[in-house]
Each structure stands twice: as C-alpha cells, then as structure tokens.
Design a protein around this ligand. Structure first.
Ligand SMILES: NC(=O)c1ccc[n+]([C@@H]2O[C@H](COP(=O)([O-])OP(=O)(O)OC[C@H]3O[C@@H](n4cnc5c(N)ncnc54)[C@H](O)[C@@H]3O)[C@@H](O)[C@H]2O)c1
Length: 326
C-alpha cells in the first residue's frame, strides 16, 4: 500500500549526480516528483543529468555543510534519499578519515537536518558490504554484519546511526542495502565498467581476482526498488536488501561482456597489482523482505543489463566519467 505518494512532492536526492543517484532521479521524474539533486560533484557529473537538468533543481554543495539544512528548509523538502558517500573501496585503505567524515558525519548531518525540519521519510543507502563475505547464502537482513573494509565499517556505522536516530529520536528512516549495482553512468572504476572499457578496445582483459562472486543488479531495478520503499507502508527503522539472488564470478562477467561485444573468444590476463586479497569473496542477496513489503523483483537479467550498459558506453564515446577526466 502506498502511504507516501511522491507525485508532485519535493524530493531531495543527496548524491543525485552520481551513478545510482542519477538513475534514481530519472525514476522519480517518471513518477512526477519535484526533484532536487544535492551533490558536491566530487564524483557525480553534470553529464549524468544532461537530458533532464531542466526538469530538476541542482544544488552544488557538501553534505557536511549547513547548506543541507538550508536547502531542505528553503525548498520545503518532504522526502529525502541519502546516497552521497565516499563509495570506492580501493580508496578507503589510504583515506579512512575521509570515508568516516563523509559516510558517517555526513549522514549524521543529513539526519539532523531532516529531524529538525520534519522530513516525512528518509531512505538511506547502506550497502551489502556491511555483511562481509557470506556466512550463508542467500544473505537476508539477519545475516551477521562483519564488514571487511573501512568503507564497509563506515557504511555500517551510518546504517546503525540511522537505526538509532529512529529509535531515539523517532526519525522516519528506512535503511536500504543494495548489493552490487551496475549499468550506464558509473562514476567509479568498478569491475564491470573496467571490463566493458577494456574489451571495447580489444579482446584482452587484465583483471585481479576473477573467482570472486557477486550479486549484480541493474541500476534501474535498484532505483525502482528505492522509490517503492519510499512510498510503501514499511515500519520506520527497517532494513531492506535489494539484489538479484544470482551470483556471477568476475570471469563469467568478462566472458559475457566479450560475447555481447561480438568476440568469439577473449583472453584474461591476471595482474598481481589488481588482486585485492582482503576483498569479500561472495555476496548473494535474499530479497524476500523487499518482495513482501514492496512486491519488488529485479526485472533486468544480467545479459540484458550488460547489453544496455555496453550500448550506453559505445553511444557515449566509450568514456566513463573518470576516463573523460584523464
Ligand atoms: N554502486 C554500488 O554497487 C553500490 C552498492 C551498494 C550501495 N551503494 C551506495 O549507494 C550510494 C551511491 O553510490 P554510487 O555507486 O552511485 O556512487 P557515486 O560515487 O556515483 O555517487 C555518490 C555521489 O555522492 C557525491 N558526493 C560524495 N561526497 C559528497 C559530499 N561530501 N557531499 C555531497 N555529495 C557528495 C558524489 O559526487 C557522487 O555524485 C552510496 O551511498 C554507496 O555507498 C552503491
């Protein structure tokens, strides 16, 4: 049942110029929401919002600044999706403080502003990384949280902060835990964009741990799930997983991408520098809770999702945002 109809309402998306945030913004526009993107454009890019920028308001600011309060107040924001974060795991080893500042203090700042200004619901983007490597599969929301990177620890701290703010201050927040997401407009050199990028230039791909298995979900499915979570009757403080319950190894993804690009065969070269021995080795989502609350199931299978991703990459001049900056 819909309890928060977003049609015609002011909806703020922190991190809305990023990979998932820009897909979410498109989904919100389809639903008739008035969207305000709040992003400091550290990783987000105006090109991610190019054909929709006239239909939204863009605030270029940091979640650590008072401007979040000012923006929510000025625009009388009713609903907030909180995605702004330091999300790229390989950077966190050298920058743990930065990850805690943005992911934990930044989240607290957003929560405090929402509390003071009586925002009606916050959907906070946590991550499946808070679980660490699977102790059992598929992984439901009761799976132990054993984060294996500073990024994951900071996401778990923020996730728990959301719960406690609900518990102590009655803040209406729902915690989403998406599993790995892929699709057009990625802003970080994750493995799928890396594979697409390398294989679009020839049939050789240099990779690290090709046996790690992940649960990949197409970005539009995650965006639709997040919108449904905002609108549905769900008790405050709940945690909801979004993922596909299907796993693919990195090697399988490389062969799939190679096949979709049109190669008869590809060559995988293992580079020691790319190996991340402390990486999570297996993630697989149990999304039954999302199915129960919002009747959500992923619609785009891996082949179709990769096909769309490759097409977007080629149409956009074979450049991800970070490749354009180089
Ligand atoms: N990509 C995935 O597979 C995945 C999976 C699970 C959870 N998540 C979570 O989803 C969210 C979005 O991730 P994404 O993959 O789209 O990453 P992204 O880097 O594309 O998006 C993050 C956005 O936040 C902005 N940002 C960063 N620091 C900011 C600050 N201090 N103030 C304002 N804006 C700031 C960036 O410019 C960027 O646009 C993150 O919270 C991430 O932890 C992502």
């Amino acid at each position: 049942m819909i309890v928060n109809n977003i049609e015609g309402e002011k909806v703020l998306v922190t991190g809305g110029a990023g990979f998932i945030g820009s897909a979410l913004t498109r989904e919100l526009l389809k639903k008739g929401a008035n969207v305000i993107v709040y992003d400091n454009f550290l990783y987000g890019d105006k090109s991610n919002l190019s054909e929709i920028h006239e239909s939204i308001q863009i605030i270029n600011a940091d979640i650590l600044s008072w401007k979040i309060y000012d923006t929510i107040k000025k625009h009388k924001v009713k609903y907030v999706f909180h995605l702004a974060a330091e999300p790229f795991i390989p950077y966190c080893y050298d920058n743990p403080e930065k990850f805690f500042d943005v992911n934990v203090k930044g989240t607290m700042n957003v929560l405090m502003a929402c509390k003071t200004l009586d925002v009606e619901r916050i959907v906070h983007f946590s991550s499946s990384e808070v679980y660490g490597t699977a102790q059992y599969v598929p992984m439901d929301e009761k799976h132990p949280t054993l984060p294996l990177s500073t990024y994951a620890v900071s996401k778990l701290a923020a996730d728990r902060l959301c719960f406690v703010f609900h518990y102590e201050h009655n803040i209406p927040v729902i915690i989403l835990r998406p599993f790995n997401c892929y699709g057009p407009r990625e802003t970080q050199p994750y493995v799928i964009p890396e594979i697409v990028s390398q294989l679009s230039r020839g049939n050789v791909v240099k990779l690290g741990n090709v046996n790690a298995k992940r649960d990949f979900t197409y970005v539009e499915d995650i965006a639709k799930g997040a919108v449904n979570v905002m609108e549905a009757e769900i008790p405050d403080g709940e945690i909801i997983n979004l993922g596909s319950n299907k796993t693919y190894s990195i090697k399988e993804i490389a062969y799939l991408v190679g096949n979709l690009i049109g190669y008869d065969d590809i060559k995988i070269e293992i580079e020691n520098l790319r190996l991340r021995p402390r990486d999570v080795t297996l993630l697989q989502c149990d999304y039954s809770k999302a199915k129960t609350y919002i009747n959500w199931e992923p619609e785009v299978d891996i082949r179709e999702g990769l096909k769309r991703t490759i097409e977007w990459y080629i149409e956009n001049g074979k450049h991800w945002t970070w490749e354009r900056l180089v």
